[in-house]
Ligand binder design. Sequence first.
Ligand code: ZN
Length: 328
Amino acid sequence: MSFIRTVLGDIPPQQLGVCYAHEHIIIDPSYTTERYPDFCIDSVQNAVSELTDFFRVGGRAMIDSMPCDCGRNVLKLAEISQCTGVHIVCPTGIHLKKYYPEGHWSSRLSVEKLADLFIADIEQGIDKFDYGGPVCERTKHRAGVLKIASGLNYVNDFERRIFEAAAKAHLQTGAPILTHTEQGTAALQQVEILQKHGVQPRHVVLSHTDRKVDLKYHQKILATGVNVEYDSAFRWKADQGNPTLDLIMSIASEGRLGQVMLGMDAARRSYWKSYGGHPGLTYLLQDFSDTLRSAGLQESDLETIFLSNPRRVYAFSNPSESHTLREL
Ligand SMILES: [Zn+2]
């Protein structure tokens, strides 16, 4: 039986509910927040307040996207989930190189060792110290998704190793893969690399691809069978219109909404109401859902985006099935 691995335990996919597909619920003080102070979203209280609002408007689940040792805090995520009733999936994996200090273990370890660390997060429990070293004390909260990233225009050597390690961890555990694309670029290369290492695109979600406004590019991405997550709906400037909306409507007209999910990716306090920012985490279920309805989407389309896609895509695949396919 398939399942979704949340910080509070495994649940049947049908229990996930309305889900935001790429979030940042906690980013603790870290090298990342030293470089980008607005990224510091470390308050459990503020998260509880914001996720309570999200629950009130029908939200039931969020996929957190902060991987190992760059501000992740699984104990805080578990506490927030417990207080709000929102299912939270916590990732393992490695982010862009710029979020780690020079000489970090992510640059030094072999692909095998990296995969072992990811697998232990998924199967045993996330380290209380978040792999900050030198000791490791595993909590009972396990990772439910592999988060990896590539930079602008191409996947570099550092990122390739992380992709390969994530593919190994996926094949062994069945955990789904969530990627960061920089401004939507290198999406096809990401899929190619993962496929080369035995991953089926249907278990992969590419984030932020709506940053690149080019319908043909999106058609090519979806033709691979991969899933995408859009989160720029509230980011476009007034004179840019809303290319995210246009893209969704084009894809809907082609009958491909079954591969599209939405998220806020609100990794800045200036996006959270509880930190005094805007538009707040209810935006997609309120303002933007209304916009989508006015543009012509049906309730069933919204259900596809927020409900049936996430529960299918973020469910663990059967690892032995992946192995068999890889060997063919
Ligand atoms: Zn993100």
